[in-house]
Design a protein around this ligand. Structure first.
Ligand SMILES: [Zn+2]
Length: 401
């Protein structure tokens, strides 16, 4: 049962001002109210003195059925097709325990992420809110081929898009270019993969149903092709140039830079594919500049990690990503916006999520120290509130592992 709460004497993050302001927050029927309800409701009072209240976090790029080990594909084979959904659930709950109430899964085996998202939505199980792309769309032998639909030509692109929408995908993910990880002849860092007419077939169909399209895109031609053919959110964008960044700003497109994952992959290690390490190093060399270009152009930047990817480590990895963004020039306030309101805007859910405003879902994190002083304080999670329900980090963790 959802109860009513008064979060008393705390400071909460005002996303417009980019600072904490003093004020009480009321939680009624799982929603935020900044005004005292009348008539007065019976509510539980939570003392929030010395707490910093922020909207709960988004990770806009995860792979819930991947482990983040040096070779997640090996782990997936060991898990088996039925174990995949259990791992996905475990990873989603580990994310929730660190304050991430919203996940965007941009590629899973079979229909794992779509089914898990649906079960949480229908109230079969409790978990974070997941927007799931289901299987990635790529060309034959393209990036993500092992777990995606390989499409060739606009007719197949249209057909696969319709299949994903039929299955309940919340968004569509395409591979516009090759990736750092991948070993086929098509996985060349300098090559784009999906053709313009194929991209257009996907975006026009998805947009018909008000579904967003996000693209894995590293090199400049692939980024440009994705943008001019209607892709809403660019993932990685490692070689984003000034012209395309300006186009993104003017046309309300978003960037999920995923900086940390390429740094981790570039470090290499036992069991990590040599070619992937090499390609990641080239990505890292350009990534900071592309990120700075996007910031300068005013692009809506949202936080995402590629959680579960090779060599990244166990889920979640969001704060490591945010620390990286801060280290290469993003202000602390903008880092919090990237994890909250910008992420909600990127995926069109800003009416319900991403800021502390009247009527929005009561998805909040109570921090013990001020994240504007240091983004490392984002680790200092005292409680998580999801849809008005209070959760403790250790309770969640002890229930799953
Ligand atoms: Zn990914």
């Amino acid at each position: 049962m959802v109860s009513s709460y008064l979060l008393k004497d705390g400071q909460y993050f005002d996303h417009n001002k980019g600072e904490f302001i003093n004020g009480d927050i009321f939680i009624i029927d799982g929603k935020i109210s900044l005004n005292e309800p009348s008539p007065k409701e019976k509510m539980e009072v939570i003392n929030c003195r010395e707490k910093f209240i922020v909207p709960s976090f988004f990770d806009c790029h995860v792979h819930l059925n991947w482990s983040g080990s040096s070779n997640p594909i090996d782990d997936t084979i060991k898990d088996g097709p039925l174990g995949a959904i259990i791992r996905a659930y475990r990873n989603s709950m580990k994310s929730l325990a660190s304050g991430i109430t919203n996940l965007v899964d941009v590629g899973s085996f079979n229909d794992v992420a779509v089914n898990l998202a649906g079960m949480i939505n229908r109230g079969v199980i409790f978990g974070p809110d997941i927007l799931a792309a289901g299987r990635i769309l790529c060309i034959t032998g393209g990036h993500g081929a092992g777990m995606g639909y390989e499409i060739n030509g606009p007719v197949e692109a249209l057909s696969a898009t319709r299949t994903l929408i039929k299955k309940g995908a919340d968004l569509i993910k395409i591979a516009a270019t090759s990736g750092a990880y991948g070993d086929t002849g098509a996985e060349k860092l300098e090559s784009y993969q999906m053709n313009e007419d194929e991209i257009r077939a996907v975006t026009s169909e998805a947009h018909k149903f008000f579904i967003k399209v996000t693209a894995h895109a590293l090199n400049p031609v692939g980024i440009h092709n994705a943008l001019i053919n209607g892709v809403d959110v660019i993932q990685h964008g490692a070689f984003l140039n000034k012209e395309d960044a300006t186009f993104m700003f003017k046309n309300n497109r978003s960037l999920v830079p995923t900086l940390y994952v390429y740094r981790k992959l570039a470090q290499g290690g036992p069991g990590v594919m040599g070619k992937a390490v090499e390609k990641s190093r080239m990505v890292v060399e350009n990534h900071n500049e592309a990120f700075a270009t996007a910031m300068k152009a005013g692009v809506n930047i949202a936080s995402g990690t590629d959680a579960g990817s090779p060599n990244l480590g166990d889920h979640p990895t969001l704060i490591e990503e945010v620390i990286t963004m801060q280290e290469i020039g993003m202000s602390e306030a903008d880092c919090i916006r990237a994890m909250t309101i910008n992420a909600a805007r990127a995926f069109g859910v800003q009416d319900s999520y991403g800021s502390i405003e009247n009527g929005k879902k009561a998805n909040l994190v109570l921090l013990g120290s001020n994240p504007l002083e240091s983004v490392h304080n984002l680790y200092d999670v005292k409680s998580i509130i999801k849809s008005g329900r209070f959760l403790q980090k250790n309770d969640i963790l002890s229930s799953i592992i």
